[in-house]
Write a protein that binds this ligand. Structure first.
Ligand code: COA
Length: 257
């Protein structure tokens, strides 16, 4: 997909420049990844909505450096959307991307119409083994994440493009992402979220199990839940149509939430 760059942030878009009268979905990837995670949704939803998938600072084709707090990433995205002149925003993030969306819902709600949280949680402690393996042998970490990232039911080849972009990420940037996750904890603050929120969880997610989404659903006032079966953490790649349908149905229903 063709990439654009504003304020040092590289992104793909379904239609660019984005028509001013439509809702704008901002897709945010997981640790060590790029906009590629959301290619299917950027394309499939482009007829109805503005769809943009970002490379976080330090990732893909965005300028560096990477960051190691969720709040810093959220501020970088808010600076980007302001510079790009985007409005009617609905951020949609996976894992650390979902943590960034929660941070935006807490700190910048006036700029958002809603939020979408995919394979994430209000607290994201990270296994020490992840930090140790990144430090010791980054390609071994990539091989390990292949085992954790998807459902055993997902054909291995479906993951190849995502694993290739992760393998190309600077190990220090990936480590910073996981440090940001490890520090993230808004479990006590979810009651402050007032916008409608779609929560998508996948049955076989080992990194952010459905239990984390149960907590989000219980504690966010205007939450809608979608459970996807036969998929793991990287559900937008494993079950692209199901994720697209859930997002579309949620956005269609926004007026009544
Ligand atoms: N939502 C709801 N409950 C949560 C939660 C969330 N986001 N995060 C943690 N909890 C729960 C845990 O399930 C646990 O409950 P329990 O005591 O009933 O079992 C409790 O809070 C404490 O868990 P946690 O804060 O994670 O600390 P821990 O020392 O028990 O475990 C890890 C630390 C790293 C082993 C664990 O968090 C883990 O397995 N994480 C998933 C794997 C991973 O690294 N994911 C990467 C995320 S980016």
């Amino acid at each position: 997909m063709e990439k654009h760059k504003i304020n040092g942030i590289s992104f793909t878009a379904g239609v660019w420049p984005a028509p001013a009268n439509r809702m704008t979905l901002i897709f945010i990837h997981g640790s060590g990844e790029t906009s590629l995670l959301w290619d299917a949704q950027v394309a499939a939803l482009a007829a109805e909505y503005n769809t943009l998938a970002l490379d976080l600072p330090g990732h893909g084709e965005s300028d560096g450096p990477g960051m190691d707090t969720v709040a810093d990433y959220a501020n970088a995205i808010m600076a980007f959307v302001q510079k790009a002149g985007l409005a009617n925003l609905v951020p949609c993030g996976l894992s650390i991307g979902g943590a960034i969306v929660q941070q935006m819902l807490l700190g910048h709600a006036d700029k958002l119409q809603a939020g979408i949280l995919v394979s994430t949680g209000a607290r994201l402690r990270v296994m020490p083994q992840i930090f140790e393996t990144i430090e010791k042998d980054y390609q071994q970490f990539v091989a390990m994440s292949r085992l954790f990232a998807a459902s055993p039911k997902t054909p291995a080849t479906l993951l190849d493009p995502l694993m290739e972009v992760t393998a190309r990420c600077d190990p220090a940037v990936t480590a910073g992402d996981f440090r940001a996750c490890d520090r993230f904890d808004v479990m006590a603050r979810l009651g402050e979220i007032t916008r409608p929120v779609l929560i998508i969880s996948a049955e076989d997610d080992q990194l952010t199990p459905p239990k984390y989404s149960d907590f989000l659903e219980k504690n966010i006032a205007r939450a809608v839940r979608c459970r996807i079966t036969g998929a793991g953490h990287v559900v937008p790649v494993e079950k692209p149509h199901e994720v697209t349908r859930a997002i579309d149905a949620f956005l269609e229903s926004l007026a009544s939430l």
